[in-house]
Design a protein around this ligand. Sequence first.
Ligand code: ATP
Ligand code: MN
Length: 477
Amino acid sequence: MTRSSVLELLQSDKFLQEVAVKGWVRTFRSNRFIALNDGSTINNIQCVVDFENTDEALLKRIATGAAVSIKGTLVESQGKGQKVEIQVTDLEILGDSNPDEYPIQPKKHSLEFLRENAHLRIRTNTFSAVMRVRSKLSYAVHRYFQDNGFNYVNTPIITGSDAEGAGEMFGVSAFEANKAPLNEAGEVDYKQDFFGKQTNLTVSGQLEAETYAMALGKVYTFGPTFRAENSNTTRHLAEFWMIEPEVAFMDLDGNMDLSEDFIKYVLGYVLEHCKDDLAFLDNRLTQEEKSKPQAQRSEMSLLEKIKFVVENNFKRVSYTEAIDILRNSKPNKKKKFQFPINEWGADLQSEHERYLVEKHFKCPVILFDYPANIKAFYMRLNEDGKTVRAMDVLFPGIGEIVGGAQREERLDVLKEKMAALDIDEQELWWYLDTRKFGTAVHSGFGLGFERLVQFATGMGNIRDVIPFPRTPQNAEF
Ligand code: ATP
Ligand code: MN
């Protein structure tokens, strides 16, 4: 008999037929009812054991967490809450689970406790729902780009350029610690290291992706990135996945359109394809919100928030307009911001981004044309000489989800900028070549995949949307 998934059985109406299923016991109650889950859906199938004719020793082994193989008859369910159930005729324990030791009991565990058991937390409803949504989202990412003529590029994870400029880097070396050879100046002599130079884990694939956009036209990366920033926030990981499209002949307006269209597509995709998981997560978030004081509660449920983003235009606002709004805002006047906004040129902190999105505009916001000196060297200088064609997409509850720009395509302007920032031209000779040979207007952005998953699942902490989070002082598993 071929084995069915729980999902298939729950959707089937093949009553009175023999079926086979394998999975893990979620609960076993009254010595009779097994709630069985196999990961194919958030829903369990109820398997009814004929306990009077079942060996007592076997009944004892039907414990939460045990792996079982079940054969039986699919019948219409008598009980509430499910359409079908299995009348068990044959039950085999594939793998026992000692209830006294198994950490994932059928009760509510704190997210902190589950983080310490990241190898088992996937067996809970919350984490299986989050990770199924994550999987579907990444499929939607590829679908969007592939359907729109983009080529998937794998940029290097070990990088030889330390000019990516997006954050603190992790060094990569084959030297044994303490035994690295020193040069005459007493510094580590990387010439003798594996690559003959100092190398790091990448913080962004953008610079390499730009070279590919200059031939393939439309490209995107989707891979791991690393930042050794010691920021213990709910939105930062040391290892995270980034999506970076880069498009030739596209200006900043096109870039804003692309980011908005892309985000709406992938969120729309999960709305359609993750209904059960999102319904569960929607309810989970609503329960969580109830424990907060009224004033801090969100006005919208998770599903409402996602639909709102999919159905409404993102508000596009220049940095200069945003500064005016912030300067005249209530929290600024009442000195409620930790970093008060006094003048044009200030870097925006997450408190400011969230004020704009959550309080002022109440919708996703795309901020553009930032001061040149708070943004990276490769962003295109505007005619005013003081702002660059940068854009950040800001999301409710998340803050920055996308950072992007139209790139500086003019060789002389780019070189001037690099000189001013003390960036070695030799180091980026290959990047400058793209401006020497057939340079063209081009733009792109980076979207942190986990922040997107956070938004789609309503999880407050980024550590709960990646299987095994890497954060300061934490690389277990
Ligand atoms: P932030 O200001 O939030 O630290 P950033 O300005 O460093 O972000 P970028 O360098 O523009 O971010 O990176 C592009 C995107 O990657 C960001 O918009 C964000 O979605 C994501 N991102 C950046 N740093 C992290 C991190 N440490 N963990 C998870 N995602 C990140
Ligand atoms: Mn930022």
